[in-house]
Design a protein around this ligand. Sequence first.
Ligand SMILES: Nc1ncnc2c1ncn2[C@@H]1O[C@H](COP(=O)(O)OP(=O)(O)OP(=O)(O)O)[C@@H](O)[C@H]1O
Length: 302
Amino acid sequence: MSKQTATRKNGEQKSNSLTVDAETDERLVDSWTDYEFDGEAAISVENLDVYYGDDHAIDSISMDIPEQSVTALIGPSGCGKSTFLRCLNRMNDRIDSARVEGAVEIDDENIYEGDTDLVKLRKTVGMVFQSPNPFPKSIRENVSYGPRKHGDVNVGLLGRLLGNDDRTVEQEIVERSLEQAALWEEVSDRLDDNALGLSGGQQQRLCIARCLAVDPDVILMDEPASALDPVATAKIEDLIEQLAEEYTVVVVTHNMQQAARISDQTAVFLTGGQLVEYDETEKIFENPESDRVEDYVTGKFG
Ligand SMILES: Nc1ncnc2c1ncn2[C@@H]1O[C@H](COP(=O)(O)OP(=O)(O)OP(=O)(O)O)[C@@H](O)[C@H]1O
C-alpha cells in the first residue's frame, strides 16, 4: 500500500490511501483523492453524509470546489451525484426522508449551521434542472421573477405605490441576463411572448438566464443538456464554459465526453455514494489513479 499526502485549502493534511489488491493487482483509492488547485475554493465540503431513511446515499465526502471554474460530477446511475449537488444549496431539505450530516462552507459559513437564510442561500447558489422548467409566463417575467421576489426590482402597482417603478432597471436585468445566457438575440423582439413557445434549448437557456438574474456566485446544473438535441446541447456546453469565467459552475452529467469537453476538474462518484477520485479532468480521463475509475471512464462498466 502506498500513501499520498495532500493539503487542503484550509491547510489540513489529508492522507489518501491507494491500495493495490495483491491477488487481482487492482489499484483502489480507498477513500478520495484530494485535488490541489490554484485560487480560492468557492465551496468546501467536509465529511458530508446523506441518508434517505436508513439508506446511506452519500458516504463521508470531502472536497473543495474551486471558484470560477467548471466542476463535473460523474458516475453510474444511483451513485449519489444529484443528492450531492442538492446538498450544495440545501435542496435536500425539501425531501422529508433526507438527513444530512457534515459541513458545506460557502463564504466561510457552514450552510448547515445556525440560522441560514435559505432564500439568500439559493440566490447565491442557483440551480438549473434536467428538464427546462420555465414558468407559464412571458420571457420577461421569467427573467425578472427572481429580482422582483428579492425586492431588487419594484414594478407595476407595487413600484408605483413605493414611488419607484423600476421598469428601466428591470429591462436592464432582463437584457443582461438573456445576453449572458446567449439568448438575447433570439428573443429580444418578443420578450412579452409566453416562454412555453420557445424551443427546448431556448427554454433551458431561459432557465439559466432566470438563475443569472439574481446575481448568483455558484450555478448548480443537474444534467442540463440531457433533454436536448445535439445542436442545443452544444450551445449549452459553450455557455457553461463562458459562465465559468465569472461564476462557479458545478455540473452533474452522465455524458463523459461532455464532462471531458467542458470541465476543469472532475469528481468521480461510484456506487455507495463514495467519491473515488477528484482531479483535473485531463488526469481523470487520461491517467486516473484508480482502476475502477479507469474502467468507468473507458466505458468498461457503468
Ligand atoms: N427522494 C429520495 N428518496 C429516497 N431515496 C432517494 C431519493 N433520491 C435519491 N434517492 C436514492 O439515493 C441514491 C442516490 O440517488 P441520486 O439520484 O443522488 O443518484 P444519481 O447518481 O444522481 O443517479 P442518476 O444518475 O440516476 O440520476 C439512490 O439509491 C436513490 O435511489
